[in-house]
Design a binder for this molecule. Structure first.
Ligand code: MRU
Length: 362
């Protein structure tokens, strides 16, 4: 059994508190949408897919316990309102917003069926949320294998092994399992073609040092931790075959929001002629927005930057800017965008996704 960020069985939801990793593996029970909202906001659970999964499953738990109603109209309105509330926890990743739209639609449709009852609507919403878990895991395995094959063809066309650099945490802890960019790394390792991984510390929350390093050690994948400021030096000194990162939102022209620091990695990769890949499920793609400039970037409390484990390290009185994400322009995504549906050049994404995702779901 691999690492589990989310433990769910009908009526019961627990998350691994990622604020306590890697020192303590503590599972916290989430019994309500309010508790899930707080856990997402505090980043006890984080990563675009995991945020949506925990949000929707917390609603499933509430519905299983009988919340919402009485009456079909009141139940559908309850589902809609709870989902909108969950979206407000963190604005940049599109997965929760998209799941909210789809799930509210599913509830409204079910309520219009002949013979619909509160029980059938509840069951439909709960089932939908449960299916999301299985789909995410399936999609990640496809992303991993498709991405690994593409990367090998591009970076090691005559066979041999590759060295990959990644940022933030995109692994089992950020998803239902396996991971996206880390899924590509897992697949490369499984195929016997991975020489080494460099993972960045990912300041200020240290997703790389605390979470990705934890996953890499757990999986016994050969890896080295570097500070964010060491990437150019590591590329120049050690040589890196490709950079693979995740995404919180990929928009129609391929511009991508991901953990702050991603943009500078893309610039370094381009300077050195190394392919730069974004690995993300189609549920992280948002064809409603044209360019990255339209993406709302979450700004987090300055304290995350000035303090370490509750101890102030920055000079008192200094101003702080703490955006959680940045935008990588599509021109820098030279390897491609790895989705469960295939690997696409940024300019191919719109056509590829509109052809495969049904109307109303994009
Ligand atoms: O602030 P976080 O930790 O939620 O940011 C996570 C990232 O930026 C990930 O790269 C992204 O969500 C993809 S996770 C599969």
């Amino acid at each position: 059994m691999g690492l589990e960020a989310i433990r769910y069985s009908r009526g019961s939801l627990q998350i691994l508190d990622q604020l306590q990793l890697p020192l303590h593996s503590h599972y916290e029970v989430l019994g309500s949408v309010q508790q899930a909202w707080e856990a997402i906001r505090a980043m006890k659970v984080r990563g675009a897919p995991a945020i949506a999964l925990v949000g929707c499953l917390s609603l499933a738990v509430e519905l299983q316990a009988g919340a919402g109603g009485p009456g079909l109209l009141a139940l559908v309105a309850f589902v809609h309102d709870q989902l909108n509330f969950l979206v407000s926890a963190r604005p940049t990743a599109v997965n929760m917003a998209r799941a909210a739209r789809d799930l509210a639609h599913v509830a409204a449709q079910e309520a219009e069926q002949e013979g619909a009852t509160e029980k059938t609507v509840r069951e439909r919403v709960i089932r939908y949320a449960e299916d999301m878990l299985e789909k995410d895991l399936r999609d990640n395995r496809s992303i991993g294998d498709l991405g690994a094959c593409h990367l090998l063809e591009r970076a090691a066309p005559r066979g041999g092994k590759v060295t990959v650099l990644t940022h933030c945490n995109t692994g089992a802890l950020a998803t239902a399992g396996y991971g996206t960019a880390l899924g590509v790394i897992r697949s490369l390792h499984k195929m016997g073609h991975l020489e080494h991984v460099f993972c960045t510390e990912t300041r200020p929350y240290n997703q790389g040092a605390r979470l990705t390093a934890f996953e890499l050690v757990y999986e016994q994948i050969p890896a080295t931790l570097i500070a964010d400021s060491m990437v150019a030096a590591a590329v120049a000194h050690w040589g890196v075959s490709a950079v693979v990162v995740g995404a919180d939102r990929v928009v129609a022209n391929g511009d991508t929001a991901n953990k702050v620091g991603t943009y500078q990695l893309a610039i370094i990769a381009n300077h050195h002629g190394i392919p730069f890949y974004v690995a993300a499920p189609s549920s992280s793609c948002d064809l409603h927005l044209e360019t990255g400039q339209e993406i709302v970037i979450e700004e987090r409390p300055g304290q995350e930057l000035t303090d370490l484990n509750g101890v102030r390290i920055a000079a008192p009185g200094i101003g702080v800017w703490n955006p959680a994400f940045d935008i990588t322009p599509h021109q820098l995504i030279t390897g491609g965008i790895i989705t469960e549906l295939g690997v696409f050049a940024p300019e191919e994404l719109r056509a590829a996704l509109s052809a495969t995702i049904s109307e109303g779901q994009t």
